[in-house]
Design a protein around this ligand. Structure first.
Ligand SMILES: *Cc1c(COP(=O)(O)O)cnc(C)c1O
Length: 374
Protein backbone atom coordinates (compact mmCIF):
# COMPACT_ATOMS: atom_id res chain seq x y z
CA UNK A 1 0.00 0.00 0.00
CA UNK A 2 1.19 3.46 -0.89
CA UNK A 3 1.13 5.55 2.31
CA UNK A 4 2.30 8.70 0.58
CA UNK A 5 -0.78 8.84 -1.60
CA UNK A 6 -3.24 11.21 0.12
CA UNK A 7 -6.15 9.70 -1.84
CA UNK A 8 -5.42 6.37 -0.16
CA UNK A 9 -6.63 7.66 3.22
CA UNK A 10 -9.63 9.51 1.80
CA UNK A 11 -12.16 6.73 1.60
CA UNK A 12 -12.81 3.63 3.61
CA UNK A 13 -12.82 1.43 0.52
CA UNK A 14 -9.21 2.36 -0.27
CA UNK A 15 -8.00 0.19 2.58
CA UNK A 16 -8.58 -2.73 0.29
CA UNK A 17 -7.26 -1.04 -2.86
CA UNK A 18 -4.99 -3.31 -4.87
CA UNK A 19 -1.39 -2.27 -5.39
CA UNK A 20 -1.01 -0.62 -8.80
CA UNK A 21 2.25 0.14 -10.60
CA UNK A 22 4.11 3.20 -9.31
CA UNK A 23 4.55 4.34 -12.92
CA UNK A 24 0.89 5.40 -12.74
CA UNK A 25 1.87 8.20 -10.36
CA UNK A 26 4.19 9.81 -12.92
CA UNK A 27 1.63 11.20 -15.35
CA UNK A 28 -1.89 12.64 -15.26
CA UNK A 29 -4.91 10.86 -16.76
CA UNK A 30 -6.07 11.93 -20.21
CA UNK A 31 -8.62 14.72 -19.86
CA UNK A 32 -11.00 15.00 -22.81
CA UNK A 33 -12.37 18.34 -24.03
CA UNK A 34 -15.48 19.44 -22.16
CA UNK A 35 -18.95 19.75 -23.68
CA UNK A 36 -20.30 23.32 -23.88
CA UNK A 37 -22.53 24.74 -21.16
CA UNK A 38 -26.13 25.48 -22.11
CA UNK A 39 -26.92 29.18 -22.02
CA UNK A 40 -30.48 30.46 -22.50
CA UNK A 41 -30.92 31.98 -25.95
CA UNK A 42 -27.50 30.97 -27.32
CA UNK A 43 -26.61 28.05 -29.57
CA UNK A 44 -23.86 25.97 -27.93
CA UNK A 45 -20.60 25.14 -29.69
CA UNK A 46 -18.00 22.51 -28.79
CA UNK A 47 -14.60 23.79 -29.88
CA UNK A 48 -12.67 21.70 -27.37
CA UNK A 49 -11.80 18.40 -29.10
CA UNK A 50 -10.68 19.29 -32.64
CA UNK A 51 -13.61 17.39 -34.08
CA UNK A 52 -14.71 18.00 -37.67
CA UNK A 53 -17.76 20.27 -37.45
CA UNK A 54 -18.97 19.64 -41.01
CA UNK A 55 -21.87 17.19 -41.45
CA UNK A 56 -20.89 13.59 -42.29
CA UNK A 57 -20.65 12.60 -45.97
CA UNK A 58 -23.99 10.93 -46.89
CA UNK A 59 -22.20 8.02 -48.60
CA UNK A 60 -20.31 7.29 -45.38
CA UNK A 61 -23.55 7.20 -43.39
CA UNK A 62 -25.01 4.86 -46.02
CA UNK A 63 -21.99 2.55 -45.70
CA UNK A 64 -22.48 2.46 -41.93
CA UNK A 65 -26.13 1.51 -42.32
CA UNK A 66 -25.25 -1.17 -44.88
CA UNK A 67 -22.75 -2.65 -42.42
CA UNK A 68 -25.05 -2.56 -39.42
CA UNK A 69 -25.71 -6.24 -40.05
CA UNK A 70 -24.81 -9.14 -37.78
CA UNK A 71 -23.06 -8.05 -34.58
CA UNK A 72 -22.47 -11.69 -33.63
CA UNK A 73 -19.63 -11.86 -36.13
CA UNK A 74 -16.07 -10.65 -35.55
CA UNK A 75 -14.76 -8.10 -38.05
CA UNK A 76 -11.90 -8.84 -40.47
CA UNK A 77 -8.93 -8.75 -38.11
CA UNK A 78 -6.58 -7.89 -40.99
CA UNK A 79 -8.83 -5.03 -42.21
CA UNK A 80 -7.82 -6.18 -45.67
CA UNK A 81 -10.25 -4.12 -47.74
CA UNK A 82 -9.43 -0.93 -45.85
CA UNK A 83 -5.68 -1.60 -45.99
CA UNK A 84 -5.95 -2.27 -49.72
CA UNK A 85 -7.80 1.04 -50.12
CA UNK A 86 -5.07 2.84 -48.17
CA UNK A 87 -2.30 1.06 -50.09
CA UNK A 88 -3.82 2.15 -53.43
CA UNK A 89 -4.43 5.69 -52.24
CA UNK A 90 -1.05 6.24 -50.61
CA UNK A 91 1.11 4.22 -52.98
CA UNK A 92 2.54 1.93 -50.31
CA UNK A 93 2.49 -1.85 -49.86
CA UNK A 94 -0.04 -3.77 -47.79
CA UNK A 95 2.87 -4.86 -45.62
CA UNK A 96 3.53 -1.19 -44.77
CA UNK A 97 0.14 -0.62 -43.13
CA UNK A 98 -1.62 -1.49 -39.92
CA UNK A 99 -5.10 -0.29 -38.97
CA UNK A 100 -5.86 0.47 -35.29
CA UNK A 101 -8.68 1.71 -33.06
CA UNK A 102 -7.84 5.34 -33.63
CA UNK A 103 -4.31 6.64 -33.73
CA UNK A 104 -4.57 6.41 -29.94
CA UNK A 105 -4.17 2.63 -29.98
CA UNK A 106 -1.25 3.05 -32.34
CA UNK A 107 0.55 5.38 -29.92
CA UNK A 108 0.10 2.80 -27.18
CA UNK A 109 1.36 -0.01 -29.41
CA UNK A 110 4.36 2.02 -30.58
CA UNK A 111 5.35 2.58 -26.99
CA UNK A 112 4.89 -1.07 -26.10
CA UNK A 113 7.09 -2.33 -28.94
CA UNK A 114 9.92 0.09 -28.13
CA UNK A 115 9.88 1.07 -24.51
CA UNK A 116 10.16 -0.20 -20.94
CA UNK A 117 11.73 0.89 -17.66
CA UNK A 118 15.23 0.70 -19.14
CA UNK A 119 14.58 3.02 -22.08
CA UNK A 120 14.03 6.72 -22.71
CA UNK A 121 11.47 8.56 -24.82
CA UNK A 122 11.76 12.05 -26.27
CA UNK A 123 8.87 14.23 -27.37
CA UNK A 124 8.11 17.97 -27.64
CA UNK A 125 6.13 19.77 -24.96
CA UNK A 126 3.43 21.05 -24.92
CA UNK A 127 2.17 18.47 -27.37
CA UNK A 128 -0.45 15.73 -27.50
CA UNK A 129 -1.41 14.61 -23.99
CA UNK A 130 -1.23 10.94 -24.85
CA UNK A 131 2.58 11.06 -25.19
CA UNK A 132 3.27 11.33 -21.43
CA UNK A 133 0.51 8.81 -20.81
CA UNK A 134 1.71 6.02 -23.11
CA UNK A 135 5.42 6.44 -22.45
CA UNK A 136 4.80 6.93 -18.74
CA UNK A 137 2.66 3.82 -18.49
CA UNK A 138 5.47 1.52 -19.59
CA UNK A 139 7.80 3.23 -17.12
CA UNK A 140 10.26 4.70 -19.59
CA UNK A 141 12.20 7.85 -18.74
CA UNK A 142 10.61 10.85 -20.46
CA UNK A 143 12.42 13.81 -21.95
CA UNK A 144 9.81 16.49 -22.59
CA UNK A 145 11.65 19.00 -24.76
CA UNK A 146 10.15 22.51 -24.51
CA UNK A 147 8.86 24.06 -27.71
CA UNK A 148 10.41 27.28 -28.97
CA UNK A 149 8.58 30.54 -28.11
CA UNK A 150 6.89 30.22 -31.53
CA UNK A 151 5.31 26.90 -30.50
CA UNK A 152 7.63 24.90 -32.77
CA UNK A 153 9.65 21.76 -32.06
CA UNK A 154 13.17 22.55 -30.86
CA UNK A 155 14.77 19.83 -32.97
CA UNK A 156 18.32 20.72 -31.91
CA UNK A 157 17.38 20.25 -28.27
CA UNK A 158 15.54 17.04 -29.12
CA UNK A 159 18.62 15.69 -30.94
CA UNK A 160 20.77 16.70 -27.96
CA UNK A 161 18.47 14.70 -25.65
CA UNK A 162 19.25 11.41 -27.43
CA UNK A 163 21.23 8.94 -25.32
CA UNK A 164 22.14 5.29 -25.83
CA UNK A 165 18.96 4.41 -23.92
CA UNK A 166 16.66 6.35 -26.27
CA UNK A 167 14.17 3.99 -27.91
CA UNK A 168 11.34 6.24 -29.09
CA UNK A 169 11.09 9.81 -30.36
CA UNK A 170 7.72 11.38 -31.15
CA UNK A 171 7.26 14.33 -33.51
CA UNK A 172 3.88 15.97 -34.06
CA UNK A 173 3.17 17.93 -37.26
CA UNK A 174 1.04 20.03 -37.15
CA UNK A 175 1.73 20.14 -33.42
CA UNK A 176 -1.25 19.73 -31.14
CA UNK A 177 -1.96 22.13 -29.40
CA UNK A 178 0.24 24.93 -30.75
CA UNK A 179 -0.30 24.49 -34.51
CA UNK A 180 2.96 24.86 -36.46
CA UNK A 181 4.17 22.22 -38.94
CA UNK A 182 7.64 20.78 -39.20
CA UNK A 183 9.52 21.66 -42.38
CA UNK A 184 10.80 18.92 -44.67
CA UNK A 185 14.41 20.08 -44.56
CA UNK A 186 14.49 20.37 -40.75
CA UNK A 187 12.99 16.90 -40.27
CA UNK A 188 15.49 15.36 -42.66
CA UNK A 189 18.38 17.07 -40.90
CA UNK A 190 17.00 15.78 -37.59
CA UNK A 191 16.43 12.22 -38.80
CA UNK A 192 19.99 12.15 -40.15
CA UNK A 193 21.18 12.68 -36.56
CA UNK A 194 18.97 9.95 -35.04
CA UNK A 195 20.64 6.52 -34.71
CA UNK A 196 18.90 4.10 -37.09
CA UNK A 197 17.89 1.74 -34.24
CA UNK A 198 15.74 4.46 -32.62
CA UNK A 199 12.10 4.46 -33.77
CA UNK A 200 10.75 7.90 -34.67
CA UNK A 201 6.97 8.37 -34.77
CA UNK A 202 5.71 11.28 -36.85
CA UNK A 203 2.18 12.04 -35.66
CA UNK A 204 0.30 13.42 -38.66
CA UNK A 205 -3.21 13.39 -37.18
CA UNK A 206 -3.90 16.74 -38.88
CA UNK A 207 -1.79 16.53 -42.06
CA UNK A 208 -4.78 17.10 -44.36
CA UNK A 209 -5.29 20.63 -42.99
CA UNK A 210 -1.68 21.78 -43.45
CA UNK A 211 -0.95 24.30 -46.18
CA UNK A 212 2.45 25.85 -45.36
CA UNK A 213 4.97 25.60 -48.20
CA UNK A 214 7.91 23.33 -47.46
CA UNK A 215 5.98 21.33 -44.86
CA UNK A 216 7.20 17.83 -44.08
CA UNK A 217 5.51 15.16 -46.17
CA UNK A 218 5.41 11.99 -44.12
CA UNK A 219 4.97 9.65 -47.05
CA UNK A 220 8.14 10.79 -48.79
CA UNK A 221 10.02 10.75 -45.48
CA UNK A 222 8.95 7.21 -44.62
CA UNK A 223 10.30 6.04 -47.98
CA UNK A 224 13.73 7.33 -47.04
CA UNK A 225 13.91 6.45 -43.32
CA UNK A 226 13.27 2.81 -42.26
CA UNK A 227 13.09 3.89 -38.59
CA UNK A 228 10.20 6.30 -39.22
CA UNK A 229 6.54 5.47 -38.63
CA UNK A 230 3.61 7.69 -39.60
CA UNK A 231 0.71 8.00 -37.17
CA UNK A 232 -2.52 8.89 -38.97
CA UNK A 233 -6.23 8.89 -38.25
CA UNK A 234 -9.70 9.08 -39.75
CA UNK A 235 -10.83 11.09 -36.72
CA UNK A 236 -10.04 14.61 -37.84
CA UNK A 237 -10.21 15.48 -41.56
CA UNK A 238 -12.41 12.46 -42.35
CA UNK A 239 -14.72 13.39 -39.49
CA UNK A 240 -14.94 9.84 -38.11
CA UNK A 241 -13.69 10.36 -34.54
CA UNK A 242 -16.63 8.40 -33.15
CA UNK A 243 -15.74 5.31 -35.18
CA UNK A 244 -12.15 4.94 -33.93
CA UNK A 245 -9.98 4.23 -36.97
CA UNK A 246 -6.31 5.10 -37.26
CA UNK A 247 -3.40 3.67 -39.20
CA UNK A 248 0.36 3.46 -39.34
CA UNK A 249 2.59 3.63 -42.39
CA UNK A 250 6.07 2.18 -41.87
CA UNK A 251 8.56 -0.33 -43.21
CA UNK A 252 7.52 -4.01 -42.83
CA UNK A 253 9.65 -4.83 -39.75
CA UNK A 254 7.97 -2.05 -37.77
CA UNK A 255 4.53 -3.15 -38.97
CA UNK A 256 5.27 -6.75 -37.95
CA UNK A 257 6.15 -5.53 -34.47
CA UNK A 258 3.00 -3.43 -34.24
CA UNK A 259 0.82 -6.38 -35.29
CA UNK A 260 1.94 -8.19 -32.15
CA UNK A 261 0.91 -5.27 -29.95
CA UNK A 262 -2.47 -4.20 -31.33
CA UNK A 263 -5.73 -5.57 -29.97
CA UNK A 264 -7.23 -8.31 -32.17
CA UNK A 265 -10.50 -7.34 -33.90
CA UNK A 266 -10.23 -3.78 -32.55
CA UNK A 267 -11.76 -1.95 -35.52
CA UNK A 268 -15.36 -2.97 -36.12
CA UNK A 269 -16.71 -3.97 -39.52
CA UNK A 270 -18.89 -0.88 -39.56
CA UNK A 271 -15.90 1.36 -38.84
CA UNK A 272 -13.75 -0.32 -41.50
CA UNK A 273 -16.54 0.11 -44.07
CA UNK A 274 -17.09 3.78 -43.20
CA UNK A 275 -13.37 4.55 -43.39
CA UNK A 276 -13.07 2.78 -46.74
CA UNK A 277 -16.06 4.70 -48.09
CA UNK A 278 -14.54 7.97 -46.86
CA UNK A 279 -11.29 7.08 -48.64
CA UNK A 280 -13.20 6.74 -51.90
CA UNK A 281 -14.32 10.36 -51.41
CA UNK A 282 -10.72 11.49 -50.94
CA UNK A 283 -11.02 14.65 -53.06
CA UNK A 284 -14.11 15.76 -51.17
CA UNK A 285 -12.42 15.05 -47.83
CA UNK A 286 -9.42 17.14 -48.88
CA UNK A 287 -11.69 19.92 -50.21
CA UNK A 288 -13.47 20.08 -46.89
CA UNK A 289 -10.14 20.15 -45.06
CA UNK A 290 -9.08 23.03 -47.30
CA UNK A 291 -12.28 24.91 -46.45
CA UNK A 292 -11.60 24.43 -42.75
CA UNK A 293 -8.03 25.61 -43.33
CA UNK A 294 -9.41 28.80 -44.93
CA UNK A 295 -11.65 29.45 -41.93
CA UNK A 296 -8.67 28.82 -39.68
CA UNK A 297 -6.48 31.31 -41.54
CA UNK A 298 -9.18 33.99 -41.41
CA UNK A 299 -9.82 33.31 -37.71
CA UNK A 300 -6.10 33.40 -36.84
CA UNK A 301 -5.66 36.62 -38.85
CA UNK A 302 -8.60 38.28 -37.05
CA UNK A 303 -7.17 37.30 -33.66
CA UNK A 304 -3.75 38.65 -34.62
CA UNK A 305 -5.38 41.87 -35.78
CA UNK A 306 -6.85 42.23 -32.29
CA UNK A 307 -3.29 41.96 -30.98
CA UNK A 308 -3.36 38.31 -29.92
CA UNK A 309 -0.16 36.34 -30.13
CA UNK A 310 -1.18 33.37 -32.35
CA UNK A 311 1.49 30.91 -33.53
CA UNK A 312 1.44 29.46 -37.06
CA UNK A 313 -1.86 27.56 -37.26
CA UNK A 314 -1.74 24.57 -39.63
CA UNK A 315 -4.41 22.21 -38.31
CA UNK A 316 -8.11 22.67 -37.45
CA UNK A 317 -7.46 24.72 -34.33
CA UNK A 318 -5.78 27.89 -33.15
CA UNK A 319 -3.63 28.30 -30.03
CA UNK A 320 -3.73 31.27 -27.72
CA UNK A 321 -0.71 31.18 -25.39
CA UNK A 322 -2.46 32.97 -22.53
CA UNK A 323 -0.47 31.43 -19.67
CA UNK A 324 -1.99 32.45 -16.31
CA UNK A 325 -4.99 34.03 -18.06
CA UNK A 326 -6.05 30.76 -19.70
CA UNK A 327 -8.67 29.86 -17.10
CA UNK A 328 -10.23 33.33 -17.20
CA UNK A 329 -10.50 33.09 -20.99
CA UNK A 330 -12.00 29.61 -20.78
CA UNK A 331 -14.57 30.92 -18.27
CA UNK A 332 -15.46 33.81 -20.59
CA UNK A 333 -16.12 31.27 -23.36
CA UNK A 334 -18.14 28.98 -21.08
CA UNK A 335 -20.42 31.91 -20.21
CA UNK A 336 -21.11 32.35 -23.90
CA UNK A 337 -21.92 28.63 -24.42
CA UNK A 338 -18.61 27.86 -26.15
CA UNK A 339 -16.37 25.02 -24.94
CA UNK A 340 -12.65 25.52 -25.64
CA UNK A 341 -9.68 23.53 -24.37
CA UNK A 342 -7.72 25.07 -21.51
CA UNK A 343 -4.35 23.33 -21.29
CA UNK A 344 -2.82 25.55 -18.63
CA UNK A 345 -0.17 27.15 -20.83
CA UNK A 346 -2.86 28.38 -23.19
CA UNK A 347 -6.22 27.77 -24.75
CA UNK A 348 -6.82 25.72 -27.90
CA UNK A 349 -9.83 26.63 -30.01
CA UNK A 350 -11.05 24.17 -32.64
CA UNK A 351 -12.30 25.54 -35.92
CA UNK A 352 -16.09 25.35 -35.99
CA UNK A 353 -19.09 27.04 -37.57
CA UNK A 354 -18.69 30.68 -38.66
CA UNK A 355 -21.10 31.74 -35.92
CA UNK A 356 -18.98 29.98 -33.29
CA UNK A 357 -15.77 31.65 -34.47
CA UNK A 358 -17.44 35.06 -34.66
CA UNK A 359 -18.59 34.63 -31.06
CA UNK A 360 -15.08 33.70 -29.94
CA UNK A 361 -13.70 36.80 -31.69
CA UNK A 362 -16.15 38.96 -29.72
CA UNK A 363 -15.18 37.22 -26.50
CA UNK A 364 -11.47 37.70 -27.27
CA UNK A 365 -11.98 41.39 -28.05
CA UNK A 366 -13.77 42.00 -24.74
CA UNK A 367 -11.20 39.87 -22.94
CA UNK A 368 -8.35 42.00 -24.25
CA UNK A 369 -10.03 45.17 -23.06
CA UNK A 370 -10.61 43.70 -19.59
CA UNK A 371 -7.33 41.83 -19.09
CA UNK A 372 -4.74 43.57 -21.24
CA UNK A 373 -5.72 47.23 -20.89
CA UNK A 374 -2.66 49.44 -21.30
C1 LIG B 1 -6.67 13.41 -32.17
C2 LIG B 1 -5.21 13.04 -32.18
C3 LIG B 1 -4.75 11.72 -32.33
C4 LIG B 1 -5.57 10.49 -32.35
O1 LIG B 1 -6.84 10.47 -32.37
P1 LIG B 1 -7.67 9.13 -32.60
O2 LIG B 1 -9.05 9.62 -32.52
O3 LIG B 1 -7.29 8.17 -31.54
O4 LIG B 1 -7.29 8.62 -33.96
C5 LIG B 1 -3.41 11.48 -32.40
N1 LIG B 1 -2.53 12.47 -32.32
C6 LIG B 1 -2.90 13.74 -32.18
C7 LIG B 1 -1.87 14.79 -32.14
C8 LIG B 1 -4.25 14.07 -32.09
O5 LIG B 1 -4.61 15.33 -31.88
Amino acid sequence: MNDSDPAATDSASSAAAPRLRSALDTFPPYIPGKPPRKVEGLESFKLSSNENFLPPLPAVLDAMVAHATNPALYPDDAALALRQGLADRLGVGLDQLVVTTGASELLVALTQITSDVTTEAIYPWPSFEMYPQTTGLVGSTRHEVPLTPEGRHDLDAMAAAITDRTSLIILCSPNNPTGPVLRDDEVRAFLDKVPSHVLVALDEAYWEFATAPGRADGLSLVRDYPNLVLVRTFSKAHGLAGLRVGYAVAHPPVIEGLLKAVIPFGVTDLSQAAALESLSHWDEVLDRAARIAQSRDAFAAALREQGCDVPEAQANYVWLPLGGKSSAFEDACVEQAVAVRNLGAGVRISIGEDEALARVLEIAERFRVEHFAE
